[in-house]
Write a protein that binds this ligand. Structure first.
Ligand code: N01
Length: 534
């Protein structure tokens, strides 16, 4: 084999992969990014469904590494829409000349560590071979779509669309009968928009979900100027906050706050905080009584909004704590069910049996004629895109084998048996429990520093030790047990895919603690990692 042309291969050209390319290339490394899609942007390239937008404020869901970039980009909305985010990503790629090292249409299907050569050898779906000393998986937590196998799908004469594989050309549902399966963020964001033009919209709901209003608004020139003048302080507030959103939860226990004051705090958060509603108090995800109060507040809101009693009850979440399953930030979701052209079907009590030529047939025999069926059914989350390729480490150990009972990592960055391999914002890290942009930048900078440290040591190989990842696993479990997360069936726990191991896959201790732990690891000469030269 010819000598490799690259020091580092990064898989994925979303926010994480592009940041890794820029940072590592700026440090003088030869980097290539392999991207399965036909364009850059990762989830923001693929998730083009109507209403798709971020639920973290635009300024905070942006790169922080360049003050010039901060000053020259103008966000127009409090929560950026998918097209605006994709334009931003394209701008970054042009601005930092990233395209030349991004190779599109390359789905990596195999990665094999060659112990003698000290290289990762990668194979793409098209049969190309790539090699590099280091490999970084920047494949995202929510990128392998879940397409439920519905019997009779081939018979259906209408169109089937997945929210995360939405066509690039406009989809016009004017005058059509539309069905949506799934009421997570994608479903709840798209339902109000689809209802606006469809002749009839039928929502097939399995689990009622908590949602808080996004309170979208345009960003005025004055607000934008104020943010730009204050960017460093804003970034500092984000880094000091537990979730990377810049919100500091109140210190008091929820139940200790007098009822009238507590309700006023919830009202204020409902009216303005968007996703920050969940951070109104510090203990909403650790104390059941506190959580009950927040959940009841939202149930009351639903009761005030939805007029039909049967629909209202169906939309009211009662089977999990607020926030233990990813809550949604919506724009008019509950009110949409007051429209005459919208109906809600409870597929928990009357499951979907099959599709036939004209639409959905339920177990009871009831039929719903459709022209378009939207699958808002989500993803094989967190580990899906890491276990889809065949990743083979030292001594022929495959990642699928190693993670057969759930992901095992050290700090969410490396895993024993897989030298010179890193994951960004994936399992074992805070991942998507925090502002993932902050998590991504933190990981990329940490890896860049580690590689620089290896240069100084004269080391060429780095690998997490077995003991370190065992301790980290125990720490993850201990932190999770302090929370209400295990009380919900969620994709955090692997519940979204039948047969997936049921373990909580992320670090729940928050951004500040995680940053401290990563800094301590560095200060201790990268304790928990082994090098071929110390
Ligand atoms: O996916 P989901 P999503 N039969 O997994 C249902 C991020 N995101 O694409 O709850 C019937 O949340 C499933 O039902 P149940 C965000 O992190 C962010 O909506 O399993 N129903 C559920 O209702 C989000 O959390 C933004 O009972 C089936 C839904 O489909 C994550 O992406 C926007 C089914 C899936 O919900 C994923 O969101 C969009 C089946 N076989 C997404 N399988 C923003 O930034 C699944 N369901 C705002």
């Amino acid at each position: 084999m010819a000598p490799p042309q690259h020091d580092v291969i990064v898989i994925g050209a979303g926010f994480a992969g592009l940041r890794a390319l820029h940072t590592l290339r700026s440090a003088g490394r030869r980097v290539a990014v392999l991207e399965a899609g036909d364009g850059i942007g990762g989830v923001w390239y693929f998730n083009r469904y109507p209403g798709a937008r971020c639920d973290i404020e635009s300024y905070d869901y942006s790169y922080s590494f360049s003050s010039e970039l901060e000053q020259e980009w103008r966000w127009t909305q409090r929560y950026a829409t998918q097209p605006e985010i994709l334009r931003y990503i394209e701008h970054v790629a042009d601005r930092f000349d990233l395209h030349r090292d991004v190779h599109l249409g390359r789905r990596v299907v195999r990665a094999q560590w060659d112990e003698a050569a000290g290289l990762w050898e990668l194979t793409t779906e098209g049969g190309e071979h790539w090699a590099a000393a280091f490999v970084i998986w920047a494949v995202g937590n929510l990128s392998t779509t879940k397409q439920p196998e519905l019997p009779g799908q081939a018979d259906f004469r209408g169109r089937i669309l997945h929210t995360a594989r939405w066509p690039h050309a406009d989809v016009d549902v004017t005058g059509l009968r539309v069905g949506v399966i799934g009421t997570g963020s994608s479903g709840m964001q798209s339902i109000p928009i689809l209802a606006g033009t469809a002749a009839h919209l039928t929502v097939f709901q399995r689990t009622a979900n908590f949602s808080v209003p996004a309170q979208h608004r345009a960003i005025s020139g004055a607000e934008d100027a104020a943010v730009r003048a204050d960017y460093p302080a804003r970034r500092a507030r984000v880094l000091a906050s537990p979730s990377g959103l810049g919100f500091r939860p109140r210190r008091e226990a929820t139940v200790e706050v007098p009822e009238a004051e507590r309700t006023a705090i919830f009202e204020q958060a409902w009216d303005g905080a968007g996703f920050g509603f969940g951070l109104a108090f510090r203990d909403l995800l650790t104390d059941q009584s506190a959580n009950d109060l927040a959940a009841e507040f939202i149930r009351d809101k639903i009761a005030q909004i939805v007029t039909d009693p049967t629909t209202r009850e169906l939309l009211t979440p009662r089977d999990h704590p607020f926030g233990a399953k990813r809550p949604v930030v919506d724009d008019g979701y509950y009110a949409t069910f007051n429209r005459d052209n919208v109906s809600l079907i409870d597929i928990r009590t009357d499951p979907i049996d099959r599709l036939d030529a004209s639409g959905i047939v339920l177990a009871s025999g009831a039929t719903h004629a459709l022209d378009v069926l939207v699958l808002a059914t989500g993803f094989d989350a967190i580990t899906g895109s890491l276990l889809r390729p065949d990743i083979v480490g030292r001594n022929g150990l495959s990642l699928r084998q190693k993670w057969s009972a759930g992901p095992i990592t050290y700090l969410g960055l490396g895993t024993h048996g897989f030298p010179n391999m890193f994951t960004i914002a994936g399992p074992g890290s805070p991942g998507l429990l925090i502002n993932v942009l902050v998590g991504i930048e933190q990981h990329v900078d940490w890896i860049a520093d580690l590689l620089a440290d290896m240069d100084e040591r004269g080391a060429t190989r780095v690998e997490a030790t077995e003991a370190a990842e065992r301790d980290w696993g125990a720490h993850l479990l201990a932190r999770t047990e302090q929370t209400l997360y295990p009380k919900a069936r969620s994709y955090y726990m692997g519940d979204e895919v039948p047969g997936k191991p049921r373990v909580f896959m992320l670090y729940t201790g928050g951004l500040r603690d995680y940053r401290r732990i990563l800094a301590e690891c560095v200060a201790d000469s990268y304790a928990g990692f082994e090098f071929d030269k110390d």
